[in-house]
Write a new protein. Sequence first.
Length: 259
Amino acid sequence: RYPDRVLLTLTNMCPVYCRHCTRKREWHKGFWVRTSEELEKIYSYIRTHKDIRDVILSGGDPLILSTQKLNGVLERLREIDHVEIIRIGTRCPVVLPQRIDDELVGMLKKHRPIWVNTHFNHPNEITKESQAACDRILCAGIPVNNQTVLLKNINDDAQIMTRLCHALVRISVRPYYLFHCDPISGTGHLRTSIDKGLEIIKAMRGFTSGLCVPTYVVDGLEGQGKVPLQPEYLISKGKDCFVLRGYKGEIFNYYNPED
C-alpha cells in the first residue's frame, strides 16, 4: 500500500485473539508459521525492491515465535543494505509480558534500529508486569510506540483515553495511533461513530500535551491506507489569509506569506 515499506506477517499465532482483530480472517486456517521457502521468496522480493527502507514484522504476533527463529529473520533482513529500520508489532508486552525476557531483548538490541509498536487499549492494562516489559525494551535502546483501537464502552471516553495516554507517557511509551475500529464480522457492538473519535481528540488537543495525543486514523478497506482525521481547525483559506479555530473554540485570522 505504501511505496517505501513492506508488511511481513511471520505467523497467525498470537497470545490473545482480540475480537476486533483486523486479521481475524486468518484464524480459520489453523496455526501457521512462515516456512523457510516462503521467507526466502520474501527476502528476495525485498532485496530486488530497493525502494523498501522499512520492514514491519507482524502476525498474529511475531514475538510468539522463538528468539532463535526471530533472530534468523532479523539477521537476513539486516543483510539487505537498503532496509534502514525494522518495526515489530506486538501485544506481548501487554498480555504476555514474561515473553520480554533478557534473551529476547539482548537479541533485538543487536539488530537496531528497531521500533516496537505495542497495543494498550485501556489504562487498566498498564500493570507492573507490562510496565516492566516495556522498560526492558526501552533500556535496550528500542523505542516503544502504542497503537490503540477505539472501542465502544471500553475506551470511547475522553477521560479514559487521556488517562491511558498519560499513563503511557509516564512509562516512556509514545501514544502513536488511535485506530477507528474496522467493520469486522462480530464487532458491531464495539464500533463507535467517527464523530465520537473526533470528539475525543478535540477534548484532548490543547488540554493536554501534544505528546499525549495520538493520531486518529481510519484504515481504508480497499488498500487506500491510513487516513488521519482531526476536528476542523481550518475554517477557510484564501490566498493571503487562513481562518483558524483554536483548541478553545476561538476563531482568528492567520496571514499567509507567499512562498
